[in-house]
Design a protein around this ligand. Structure first.
Ligand code: NAD
Length: 338
């Protein structure tokens, strides 16, 4: 299939392009490089032996989207493009609603005009409400607690309404838990601009000497070791989940929703010691107060994806750390500027 990949130069999008190429599909990347570097396309080419088409442009540019869909005979769209920093979404909510919600509406309109009816959308575990009942299955209560999470939930509701009105659509929402890791070659990985918002890239930057120490936000949560527990999923498993969801959704009309997670909780302390093993030294940390809005623990029930997609995450914590360390140590400053 010819797949338009919005946000295809980003962390998850670029690695999904590698797995799409490996599965025999043709990705066409659209990205405005707001949070990515064009050099990632060279790395995709190096790994895959094929250089995908890359177009620098905005997902809110309807004319561009329609032109790309027609020129490249697009069969389906995977929609990663968006803004993703929770804290920034609190400070700049209008930008988040514009890019994440309005951007998806423009994309859906362009798809309808071009006769493309299959979409896979990057949703998030942030759509779920706080809960003491774990793991989280797809029908767990919803209640996003910040503008970022609300944009994802709004888009999911828009997708549900669109399918209700026009059953020809095949619209899939994938709710990611916490993606980490890198391509096993060390050529591609997460390249956050500025101070990393997430645990794994922060630990990796401590390990490579870019940051002095990790701050653990709270060690008095009601968890086994007192630190926060999340469901970390290797980004290559996540990328494979997109290929599986695409193949499932293509030609199967309806609104499909899947959790993509490991099904296991890992604590901050467990992650830190596993990374220490991967990089060969104990990493410095301090314990800081809890951050407002952080939950103690949550993880996914990934059963539905296993049953419907035949997909399951199988890369373990050691692989997540070893692959991240290979990427970070070979590319201490991330992708080159060009
Ligand atoms: N990484 C996570 O922890 C996580 C978890 C759940 C969901 N998601 C979602 O998955 C998607 C991909 O996440 P990621 O971690 O790869 O982030 P990323 O920032 O690396 O990728 C997003 C890409 O979209 C591009 N982009 C932003 N605005 C755009 C616009 N208006 N037009 C075109 N391109 C634009 C950015 O330049 C970037 O390359 C996002 O929608 C994110 O919300 C991510």
């Amino acid at each position: 299939m010819n797949i338009l990949v919005t946000g295809g130069a980003g962390y998850i999008g670029s690695l999904t392009c590698v797995q799409l190429l490996a599965a025999g599909h043709t990705p066409i990347l659209l990205d405005n490089l707001h949070n990515a570097k064009a050099a990632v396309v060279d790395r995709i080419a190096q790994i895959s032996g094929t250089r995908p088409t890359f177009v620098r442009g905005d997902v809110r540019d309807r004319a561009l989207l329609e032109r790309l869909m027609r020129e490249h005979s697009i069969d389906a769209v995977i929609h990663f493009a968006g803004l993703k920093a929770v804290g920034e979404s609190v400070a700049q909510p209008l930008s988040y609603y514009d890019v994440n919600v309005h951007g998806t509406l423009v994309l859906l309109e362009a798809m309808r005009a071009a006769g493309v009816r299959t979409l896979v959308f990057s949703s998030s575990a942030t759509v779920y409400a706080e809960s003491d009942v774990m793991p989280l299955a797809e029908d767990a209560a919803k209640g996003p607690v910040n503008p970022y999470g609300r944009t994802k939930w709004m888009v999911e509701e828009i997708l549900a309404d669109a399918v209700q009105a026009d059953p020809a659509w095949s619209l899939t929402a994938l709710r990611y838990f916490n993606p980490v890791g890198a391509h096993p070659s060390g050529l591609m990985g997460e390249d956050p601009q500025g101070v990393p918002n997430n645990l794994m890239p922060f630990i990796a930057q401590v390990a490579v000497g870019r940051r002095e120490r990790l701050s653990i936000f709270g060690d008095d949560y009601p968890t086994a070791d007192g630190t926060g527990v999340r469901d970390y999923i290797h980004v290559m498993d996540l990328a494979d989940g997109h290929v599986a969801a695409l193949q499932h959704g293509h030609g199967r009309a309806g609104h499909h929703i899947f959790n993509l997670g490991n099904g296991q909780g890992i604590s901050v302390r467990q992650m830190l010691s596993a990374f220490g093993l991967a990089c060969g030294r104990d990493l410095p940390f301090t314990v800081a107060p809890r951050r407002a809005g952080d939950l103690a623990a949550y993880w996914a029930d990934p059963t539905r994806a296993a049953q419907a997609l035949g997909w399951r995450a199988h890369r373990d914590l050691a692989a997540m750390c070893a692959d991240t360390w290979r990427w970070q140590s070979l590319n201490p400053l991330g992708y080159p500027e060009n």
